[in-house]
Each structure stands twice: as C-alpha cells, then as structure tokens.
Write a protein that binds this ligand. Structure first.
Ligand code: DX5
Ligand code: ZN
Length: 225
C-alpha cells in the first residue's frame, strides 16, 4: 500500500527540492517515498501536453533510486516505449484507447515488456472494463482512472470504484491495482475498501497547506482503514 506523488503537480521551477520534500513526508508516514508517478501527455490522446523522455531522463539522474511509474497518455505508446525505458521508466502503463494498440493490446504488452520495463494497462472513465480483459495475463499493474485523464486537480469520479470492485478478484497476488485522479485521504479510503494497492496523488499532497499532515492522513486511510 502506498501513495505515488504525481510529478505533474510539482513546482517545476524548484523541481528536485519540491519532489524531495514530498517524498520525505511519504517515507516518514510509511506511505511510499520510493516511487513516483510520471504523466506523459501528447495533446492527442488527452487534451493537454506535459513532457517526454528528455525531461524524464534528467529527473532520473536526480533521483537514481526511485521507482518511475510512467503513465503514457499518448497515441503511440509502443513506438515510444523504448525511449521512455531508456529515459528511466521502470513501468510503462498504456491506454487501451490508444489508436496504435487498437485490436492488439496483447502485442502492445509484449512490445513494451521487451524494452525491459514492467507493463501496466489503463482505461478512461468512459471505457468499459472488459476492454482490458485480454491483456490481464500480461500486465503487472492495472490502473483505474478516476478522472478524465489530462489534468491534475479534478474531482474524484466515485462511479469508477465499481471497476475496482470488479477487477480485484480477477487479479493475481503479484499484480497491482492502482487508482489515479482526485485522490485525497477520503477518496483513498473508499478506493482502499475496494482493493486498491497504489494511490496516485497530485494536488492533495503537493498543494496541501501542511504536507506532513496530509501524508499522516493518507497513512490513516490506507494503512489503518
Ligand atoms: C491525470 C493524471 C494524474 C494527475 C493526478 O491525467 O494522470 O496523475 O496528475 O492529479 P490529482 O491527484 O490532482 O487528481
Ligand atoms: Zn497519471
């Protein structure tokens, strides 16, 4: 059980110090500190543009021992998988809606896995859960989006919890269930009750008036529900 700071919410003008501060609070509260969530957006699959491999490789140099959980919100996750792996991605999560993977999500899992990265699959809130079923044997993580991907700071969509409830019994012991979007200590508790293991957190930790207090509240929600 851990929270993953989403670097999209970090202060990019003071990036390393800001991220180190948040990771320190997570580690102190025993809710992570060893993993970050990295949102890559191409302006096609989602209506926003963030950053890509050149930026990730710089961050990797500054944080050599952190696990990089990379969420590719891009049309061509297979084409760019090796670039992200070489930049430092430990896991690459792709969207089932990406046009490049249409009709062959198992092939996409294999291609991403061949780069040496672990593989995750995810889906937008409006996509039915069964769209990811063929890929389940080949992924080490399933990510349920609880906002429309593209922006931090949105309201949690409680109707996505049903997907968590349905997928939990379908996953193996070694597979991770992750949730992303609108997660705060209250929504984390709801997700925790459905079987979620990893919680992506952007604004609720980076923008908290007291980050230490926020990390403590997350610990209460997910470690002692
Ligand atoms: C949304 C991103 C999220 C986002 C989460 O497209 O995938 O990772 O940064 O931010 P919050 O926690 O503020 O919803
Ligand atoms: Zn994300």
């Amino acid at each position: 059980m851990k929270i993953l700071p989403s670097i999209l919410s970090a202060d990019f003008a003071h990036f390393a110090a800001d991220l180190s501060d948040v990771l320190g609070h997570c580690s102190h509260s025993l809710v992570g500190g060893d993993v970050i969530h990295v949102d890559v957006m191409d302006g096609h699959l989602v209506p926003n543009i963030s950053f890509g491999p050149p930026v990730i490789s710089k961050i990797r140099r500054a944080f050599p021992d952190i696990f990089f959980d990379v969420h590719l919100m891009i049309d061509q996750p297979v084409r760019y998988a090796a670039d992200h792996r070489n930049a430092g991605a430990d896991r690459i999560t792709f969207h089932v809606e990406a046009p490049e993977v249409a009709g062959d999500i198992v092939g996409a899992c294999r291609a991403i896995s061949e780069t040496g990265a672990k593989v995750g699959i995810t889906l937008k809130p409006g996509t039915p859960l069964d769209a990811i079923f063929p890929a389940l044997p080949y992924v080490d993580l399933v990510l349920i989006m609880s906002v429309e991907p593209g922006f931090g700071g949105q309201k949690f969509m409680a109707n996505q919890l049903e997907k968590c409830r349905r997928i939990t019994p379908m996953l193996r012991e070694d597979q991770i269930l992750e949730i992303d979007g609108g997660i705060n200590p209250d929504t984390a508790k709801l997700a925790c009750d459905t079987g979620v293991d990893w919680f992506v957190v952007g604004s609720a930790i980076f923008d908290a008036p007291d980050r230490r207090d926020a990390a403590t509240q997350f610990a209460t929600s997910i470690l002692h529900p």
